[in-house]
Design a binder for this molecule. Structure first.
Ligand code: DGY
Length: 337
């Protein structure tokens, strides 16, 4: 890129104006405005020769992607806090900076996890469908019985920012005891919420509700499988607002069908989106929403701003405000003009 040329970037979807305006003011930007993501072939064509890409979780950012973009690619800025769609070691090796959007979606995501928990426990969608279907005839003393939440035990798998925010809601609002499983201890959770760090088996067997908040990686993929569901209480509710492949869909379906657990609330599925005939979708005790945990005005605008600022910093070969790979191999990056 010559010093007077504006950097060329591709934005893989129509993100909020709060971010687009920042990008468009500084770059020669092409924005993909279709509702569905570009096909792989189109994506690889669009990124060829770009200095930066603002990507979404729907894009697989790997060696093929980097090859198609070319050696001048300086930065990939993911419009998400998670970055399991990006091959980070490969980006780092190639000197490509990678950014993400933590913090601004913590409360919205924890709100969604709690919404799923209370909705699944109280069978809200099932009951609303009953009314819509015209089936409501009288007040039913034994109908639509759900679970109590107050004073129960919440099990948080992954006590990071979002796990902590979910635990805080459960403890502060509903007086729940908090168990957590994490490779690190979280002193704030232990001091402020009385949280107890336990092994996964203890968490699964002692929790009334289990909410997962870990990253998706090789060790966490499929961690909620038949074996895990069998260890949970038959009255347990399983909540996943993190990544679909953390649970094994067929095992979850079996656990819900066989009464191994009471209900599940999912913001994420595997695959995503699920097929129309995915058995989980017709399971009454499974509540599924379309990966909308961060879908609030403040969260999405905040994510857009951070993603845009990460992009611009990377184009300038500067530290990214929210940088996934600060250990990037500078020697491999293109020298700044
Ligand atoms: C993320 O940011 O990782 C979410 O899954 C989408 O907001």
């Amino acid at each position: 890129m010559s010093s007077d040329a504006r950097p060329r970037v591709f934005v893989t979807r129509n993100i909020p104006d709060a971010g687009l305006e920042i990008v468009q003011a500084a770059c020669d930007a092409e924005i993909w405005t279709e509702p569905l993501p570009p096909s792989r072939d189109v994506l690889l064509e669009k990124i060829a020769g770009c200095d930066g890409v603002l990507s979404l979780l729907t894009e697989q950012v790997d060696a093929e992607f980097f090859d198609a973009a070319g050696d001048q690619l300086a930065v990939v800025s993911n419009y998400a806090v998670g970055y399991n769609n990006i091959d980070i070691p490969e980006a780092t090796r190639r000197g490509i900076r990678v950014g993400h959007t933590p913090g601004v979606l913590t409360n919205a995501t924890a709100d969604m996890a709690f919404t799923l928990l209370i909705s699944a426990a109280r069978r809200i969608v099932e009951a609303a469908d009953y009314v819509r279907d015209g089936a409501w005839q009288t007040w039913e003393p034994r109908g639509h019985i759900g679970l109590d939440l107050c004073g129960k035990t919440i099990g948080i798998v992954g006590m990071g920012r979002i796990g902590f925010a979910m635990a805080k809601r459960c403890h502060g609002g509903w007086d729940m005891s908090v168990l957590y499983h994490d490779q690190y201890s979280n002193e704030t959770a232990e001091t402020e919420l009385g949280a107890r760090r336990v092994d996964l088996d203890t968490l699964l067997s002692e929790s009334d509700f289990v909410s997962v908040h870990v990253d998706l990686n090789e060790t966490t993929t499929g961690m909620f499988n038949s074996e895990a569901f069998k260890k949970m209480k038959t009255t347990a509710v399983f909540i996943n607002s993190a990544r679909g492949p953390l649970h094994v869909s067929s095992d979850l379906h079996e656990a819900l069908c066989d009464g191994q657990i009471f209900a599940a609330g999912l913001d994420v599925t595997d695959p995503e989106p699920p097929a129309a005939d995915d058995p989980l979708l017709s399971q009454k005790n499974c509540l599924v929403v379309p990966h909308i945990a961060s879908a609030t005005v403040a969260s999405r605008n905040g994510m857009a701003e951070i993603a845009a600022n990460n992009l611009l910093a990377g184009l300038g070969r500067k530290p990214l405000p929210c940088w996934v790979n600060p250990d990037v191999d500078e020697d491999n990056g293109t020298a700044q003009d």
